[in-house]
Design a protein around this ligand. Structure first.
Ligand code: GDP
Length: 427
């Protein structure tokens, strides 16, 4: 059984919480793309955690956590996060790392920072974790796979090929210090020491797991609209955020049985790029301070998130490109303060009403067409049975499901594990 939990929007939809809930019934939880450039917030019996590099199954001792070949592995961040959860009382989790995963080097982080500085106002809002330089190098075939760390002569020869080009950019484009071969070599050897206890042939591991009919959970990072192909390129990330990339980035070439796309009951986004249903000023702040578990501020960056009303056009498209079989609506409790709840039901682009999510240049010129739904004006966070939600609240969920045309099977009414309600879809 293979399940995927992925984002239907711009990221921060609450996937971490859902993965934590699903991990309970899973044997294996896998990260298949991205690096430590985004974070999941998980609140459980051990406390509150922002996971960036570790799969969300690390809190359960029956789960094997896998970092797949598609991940941008920042080894110091991985070790630091692992130590941090163990220090907070979590038993040492079972984790294996693919020998085909590639390594985020310190110079990837440096290039990310230098490039954003060079771009100045035109920057993409990178988290400066080195992710774009990392994936550029991976596909330019000048990255380092973990398996390469174990052959020093190979590393030595490879550095002679890579470093001259890096140093031309560093000294001439960015006016920075060049890299020294001995430093980079020492960095690679240090990584080898740190990561070797975790390294596995994960392709082989998954073959056996599939034969044994294990329950496997693919854990996506960011959301559909950050995908390099289907998202809002160039305000996208550098690896595919889609469920169907999951089996590739995991090292598990199999059919996915269930794709759970996650969306909030409103919109939020970190980073640059068009955001049609965005709201500003006091209206945004009122939503921001109530959102999530402690306001809508980035789990990795601490940046205030951009806020907006639920966007049917973007979310319907997000579900389509995710191949969603189910939709999970999170943060429904947050809307309890509103008399009326606006929803972006269509876009207006160049004077025309548009139901389908447009390409980037048209998106830039789109404005929201809003429809207003009555608010339920109450705190729903203590409710444990979907049927007990206020009628107006259920009507809001029904309306979203109708417009999105994807069955909403779970609704989250608070950040904690137990705040999840099972709903019978009406589709
Ligand atoms: P992810 O990257 O998709 O896991 O999302 P984040 O963890 O960055 O953001 C989701 C935020 O919403 C976190 O602060 C969660 O603790 C919080 N959260 C998740 N589900 C709910 C919910 O149903 N209600 C509330 N109030 N907060 C939630």
């Amino acid at each position: 059984m293979i399940k995927a939990v992925v984002g239907a929007n711009w990221g921060d939809e609450g996937k971490g919480k859902l993965t934590d809930v699903f991990a309970k019934e899973s044997d294996i939880v896998v990260r298949f793309q991205g690096g430590n450039n985004a974070g999941h917030t998980i609140i459980n019996d051990y406390g509150k955690f922002a996971l960036h590099m570790l799969p969300s199954g690390v809190f359960y001792d029956h789960v094997t956590n896998v970092i797949g070949n598609g991940v941008a592995l920042n080894i110091p961040a991985f070790i630091k996060e692992l130590n941090a959860i163990v220090e907070k009382g979590v038993p040492m989790p079972k984790i294996i790392v693919s020998d085909r995963a590639q390594i985020v080097m310190s110079y990837h982080v440096l290039f990310d920072k230098l490039e954003e500085e060079r771009l100045g106002k035109a920057q993409f809002g990178s988290t400066k974790s080195g992710i774009a330089p990392f994936y550029s190098d991976k596909y330019a075939k000048i990255g380092f796979q973990i398996s390469e760390l174990f052959d020093e002569a190979w590393l030595d020869a490879k550095l002679d090929r890579i470093l001259p080009a890096k140093n031309v950019l560093l000294t001439h484009l960015y006016h920075a210090e060049p890299l020294r071969k001995e430093d980079v070599f020492a960095e690679l050897i240090a990584y080898r020491e740190q990561i070797s206890p975790f390294v596995h042939d994960t392709v082989k591991y998954f073959q056996t797991a599939v034969d044994e009919k294990k329950v496997i959970l693919l854990e996506g990072q960011l959301g559909a609209l950050r995908d390099p192909d289907f998202g809002i390129y160039p305000y996208s990330t550098s690896s595919s955020t889609l469920a169907f990339y999951g089996p590739i980035g995991a090292g598990l070439p199999q059919h996915i049985d269930e794709v759970y796309a996650v969306t909030k009951a409103y919109s939020s986004s970190v980073g640059a790029g068009p955001f049609v249903s965005e709201i500003f000023g006091e209206e945004a702040q009122a939503l921001r301070i109530r959102g999530g578990d402690a306001g809508e501020f980035g789990a990795t960056t601490g940046r205030p998130r951009r806020m907006g009303w639920f966007d049917v056009v973007a979310t319907r498209y997000g579900c389509q490109v995710q191949g969603a079989t189910h939709l999970v609506l999170t943060n429904l409790d947050v809307l309890g303060y509103l008399d009326e709840i606006p929803v972006c039901v269509a876009y207006e682009t160049d004077g025309k009403r548009r139901e389908h999510f447009p390409n980037i240049t048209r998106l830039e010129n789109s404005t929201p067409i809003l429809e207003v739904f009555p608010g339920w004006k109450s705190d729903i966070s203590q409710i444990r049975n979907y049927d007990e939600l206020p009628e107006l609240c259920k009507a809001y969920v029904d309306a979203l499901e109708r417009m999105l045309n994807v069955p909403i099977s779970l609704v989250s009414n608070g950040p904690k594990r137990e705040q999840i309600l099972t709903r019978s879809p009406k589709l």
